[in-house]
Write a protein that binds this ligand. Structure first.
Ligand SMILES: Cc1ncc(COP(=O)(O)O)c(C=O)c1O
Length: 268
């Protein structure tokens, strides 16, 4: 099921600026028993990012469309895209042009259960994330760095990849955020120069605060990884996977990681 500006559709205008320039945003959300998990956080992030890109979607219509797809499809994944709508040729945009809303349902990926219980290995991606504070953190539609990074491996040995930015700082998974545990404290990359500030990352930071854990959003150097005791990756669809291996480093499936995973799965 796909709705484009509220109407059932399978195609989008070729003049859409999302297609031409990646001029837009997206959210990927988990749908469970007709309810979108963490909908409030997704909408808050979307609104924040819309402000940064000066996009102005009709939020009332958008919420109705999300609700309609959620009711009709019950479970799976809902991908929402907001683009700057159709434009003339050229980068200049019309401030009066209405933003386009695309709401698309699909099935949940079939991850191996071992990803959750035994953890995953991260591929060491060579593709670097460009440092660009204007776009850092935003889940915008330009994802060519992730496309190139994901093309670097095709072995099922690696469930995710780890990406550095052009300064060599640990930044993101290809489709996930990263957390590191040391001495009972959580560390996650700052994402003020590159990367996507995911909704699951925000949820984990909030949960950690409720649990009284110290959390640090800060630049993380690659050499620090050898001193970390637990590593996890996360996103809105799968929740949390323990990370067992990256390059020549190995970690156990950590107790804090499993506790956070359980709490997130229970809706905390
Ligand atoms: C590059 C990147 N980083 C992080 C995330 C995690 O974001 P979220 O927690 O909102 O799913 C994603 C999700 O698709 C992503 O593509």
């Amino acid at each position: 099921m796909i709705l484009v500006d509220g109407q059932p559709a399978t195609v989008v205008d070729v003049a859409d600026r999302g297609l031409a320039y990646g001029d837009g945003l997206f959210e990927t959300m988990r749908l469970h028993q007709g309810q979108i998990t963490r909908l409030d956080l997704h909408l808050a992030r979307l609104q924040q990012d819309c402000q940064r890109l000066r996009l102005n979607p009709d939020l009332v219509a958008l919420k109705q469309e999300l609700e309609a797809v959620a009711q009709a499809c019950v479970g799976g994944v809902i991908k929402l895209m907001v683009t700057r709508g159709s434009g003339q040729r050229g980068y200049a945009s019309d401030p009066q042009q209405a933003a386009r809303r695309i709401v698309q349902h699909s099935a949940l990926p079939d991850w191996p259960q071992s990803n959750f219980t035994e953890g995953v290995a991260l591929f060491a991606c060579q593709t670097r994330l460009a440092r660009q504070p204007l776009l850092a953190g935003i889940k915008h539609l330009n994802r060519l760095e992730q496309v190139l990074a994901r093309a670097e491996w095709n072995s099922s040995e690696y469930a995710e990849g780890l990406m550095l930015d052009t300064a060599g700082l640990v930044t993101d998974g290809v489709f996930s955020n990263l957390f590191f545990v040391r001495a009972g404290e959580l560390h996650t990359p700052l994402l003020d120069q590159a990367g996507v500030a995911g909704v699951m990352r925000a949820q984990i930071l909030e949960l950690a605060q409720q649990l009284g854990l110290n959390t640090y959003q800060r630049p993380i150097e690659l050499h620090e990884l050898s001193s970390m005791e637990e590593v996890l990756c996360c996103n809105s669809l799968y929740g949390i996977w323990p990370v067992r291996r990256y390059a020549d480093l190995e970690w156990p499936v950590g107790a804090l990681t499993l506790d956070l995973q359980q709490r997130i799965a229970n809706g905390e």
